[in-house]
Ligand binder design. Structure first.
Ligand SMILES: Nc1nc2c(c(=O)[nH]1)N[C@H]1C(S)=C(S)[C@@H](COP(=O)(O)O)O[C@H]1N2
Ligand SMILES: [Mo]
Length: 225
């Protein structure tokens, strides 16, 4: 499929302006199945892309996956996949929207509320913010504690009707329903409670820390359409 799409791009369906966008290193075009990022600029319709800012991501499974909760907590905690599966699960059907313009409507998600995970470790009064990290070794993001405790922010174990696949950030990714996709850290491995925001990977490169859909990053969308 990726080859076919690149073929279309070569036939000129990508306009000059879009092709130029694809070459801009500022955007987020690095994809597991599409290193050039051209597919994100083609009219694919309502489908997910597979984003990764790194070239390869190690596989972690039920035996090797760990989620570490650290920083300003009463009980530094390490959770396995089985630990997360044993906690109360929340189901959501919500859209997924990337700030670059693509959007997948009515995606089924399931997992543990981030606030439930935080309660397990016990956030100290000095805790204000979270630094989220990925076992890809590079990607990070941030949330305020108020944002993290919204009921539609999940440590997601399932999406699209099955376990979160490796390409979608499995076995465990974040899903921040009210915000753009870059807040939904894939291959989630670390939650550090901090006292101030440490801007994440894309935030460091210009995206808003408060990534609420419709209330931020308008510039990003305009530039790409
Ligand atoms: N670890 C990691 N998480 C990430 C990203 C990434 O490159 N690496 N990209 C983000 C962006 S910009 C989007 S839109 C979504 C895309 O999710 P998908 O790859 O499942 O479509 O993942 C987000 N989480
Ligand atoms: Mo995105």
């Amino acid at each position: 499929m990726a080859l076919g799409l690149l073929g279309l791009g070569a036939l000129g369906i990508v306009s000059g302006r879009h092709a130029q966008s694809a070459l801009s290193s500022f955007l987020e075009p690095i994809q597991l199945r599409d290193p050039t990022g051209l597919t994100s600029l083609l009219p694919l319709g309502d489908t997910f892309r597979f984003y990764s800012v790194t070239g390869g991501v190690p596989i972690r499974d039920a035996t090797t996956y760990r989620l570490e909760i650290s920083g300003l907590v009463d009980r530094p905690t390490v959770l396995t996949l089985a630990d997360l599966q044993a906690m109360p699960q929340t189901d959501l059907v919500r859209d997924f929207q990337c700030v670059t313009g693509w959007r997948v409507p009515r995606v089924h998600w399931s997992g543990v509320r981030l606030s439930t995970v935080l309660d397990r470790a016990g956030v100290q009064p000095s805790g204000r913010t979270l630094r989220l990290s990925s076992f890809d070794g590079t990607y990070t993001d941030s949330l305020t504690l108020d944002q993290a405790r919204l009921p539609d922010v999940l440590v997601a174990l399932k999406m699209l009707g099955g376990d979160v696949t490796h390409d979608h950030g499995g076995p465990v990714r974040l899903y921040v329903a009210p915000m753009y996709g870059y807040k939904s850290v894939k291959w989630l491995s670390g939650i550090e409670v901090t006292d101030a925001v440490v801007p994440g990977y894309w935030e460091h490169r210009g995206y808003d820390v408060d990534g609420f859909v419709g209330r931020s990053n308008g510039r990003g969308i305009d530039e790409r359409t």
